[in-house]
Design a protein around this ligand. Structure first.
Ligand SMILES: [Zn+2]
Ligand SMILES: [Zn+2]
Length: 254
């Protein structure tokens, strides 16, 4: 996919000096998408079609629901429900056919006897997969993924062409476990092999140095609970727990 550079938000995120600049950018992108879907502006027809088709995942449904624009969410959910019901009827027809078709069922009988599944079991499994897939589809998740790739593209470009940025990156706290793969995938796609090797050695150092730092900060956090240490200074450890959790999973603990 083709991406455009977006340097200002990337630099802003680096200036915040957090455990991962992409966590900051993901958080901002998520907030702005949630606002835009609930905003009063008329949605583009293409976006409307996409919302009807995909809907939102449980996490984003919850954020939209908590945003208190119940009418906006109800209208989007209604047209999405109409679209879903068409597909649901199609899926249910398949399931009923499998239950009523003895010829097909008998063909599956041998499979059943030899430990395989019958046609109705197969249809039930497919129907369950369809139901489960429903919760995995989300237009906001898709938009966030696109934004993160665009920011990773910008980071890789700046790292390669802007010495000042490269220095800032090497003095930063690196990336979390969830966002480092986005950067690595983009590097694999965009950089020459020799450049990839350079980047990997810089990223590895960043990751190990910062994991060491966080481990020590977390250890001191636990030791501060010992009464012998209660008067000693916290250092950087007061918020070590939410920061290591962010580093390991890519989500702010708010
Ligand atoms: Zn992150
Ligand atoms: Zn989502």
């Amino acid at each position: 996919m083709k991406y455009h550079l977006d340097t200002i938000p990337v630099w802003d995120a680096y200036h915040e000096n957090s455990e991962c600049p992409l966590c900051i950018l993901e958080d901002k992108a998520e907030k702005s998408y949630v606002d835009s879907f609930l905003g009063g502006s008329v949605m583009e027809p293409d976006t409307r079609i996409e919302v009807n088709e995909k809907g939102f995942c449980p996490h984003h449904n919850k954020l939209l629901y908590k945003a208190q624009n119940r009418l906006g969410l109800a209208l989007m959910t209604h047209t999405h429900t109409l679209e879903t019901m068409k597909k649901l009827k199609h899926e249910i027809n398949k399931l009923e056919k499998a239950a009523k078709n003895p010829e097909k069922a008998s063909r599956h009988l041998m499979a059943k006897l030899s430990g395989g599944e019958s046609s109705i079991e197969h249809a039930m499994r497919e129907f369950s997969a369809w139901l489960n897939n429903h919760r995995n589809r989300c237009i906001i998740c898709d938009r966030i993924e696109y934004s993160l790739n665009r920011y990773a593209y910008t980071i890789i470009h700046l790292w390669e062409h802007d010495q000042e940025f490269r220095k800032a990156m090497n003095q930063s706290k690196g990336f979390c476990f969830s966002h480092l793969p986005v950067v690595l995938n983009m590097a694999a796609e965009r950089l020459s092999r020799s450049r990839q090797a350079e980047l990997i050695s810089e990223l590895n150092k960043l990751l190990l140095d910062n994991m060491d730092r966080l481990e020590k900060e977390l250890l001191w956090f636990t030791q501060k609970f010992d009464y012998k240490n209660q008067d000693k200074p916290w250092g950087n450890s007061r918020d070590a727990l939410p920061r290591i959790l962010q580093k390991l999973t890519g989500k702010y603990m708010e």
